[in-house]
Design a protein around this ligand. Structure first.
Ligand code: ZN
Length: 75
């Protein structure tokens, strides 16, 4: 699986990131506009984190909608 490590501004620490899945890309487009380039977005995989960003550009990152705050295994 593809993974990178980046400093996450929400977690305030270094975290593993993975590429956005199609549902997440759709959500980002809905929020940022259809022209926002989502082909190179990565998401922080830490616990309940919603942070995403372009590969090298943290300044263009943002937070996914709350509905994507799942990942944490259901109990
Ligand atoms: Zn994070």
């Amino acid at each position: 699986m593809t993974e990178i490590e980046r400093e996450c501004p929400t977690c305030h620490s270094r975290q593993k990131f993975r590429p956005l899945n199609p549902a997440e890309k759709t959500a980002v487009r809905e929020k940022r506009g259809a022209r926002f380039y989502v082909g190179n977005l990565w998401r922080c995989t830490a616990g309940q984190c919603l942070w995403y960003q372009p590969y090298l550009n943290r300044g263009k990152g943002g937070l996914l909608p709350e509905s994507f705050r799942k990942e944490a295994a259901p109990k």
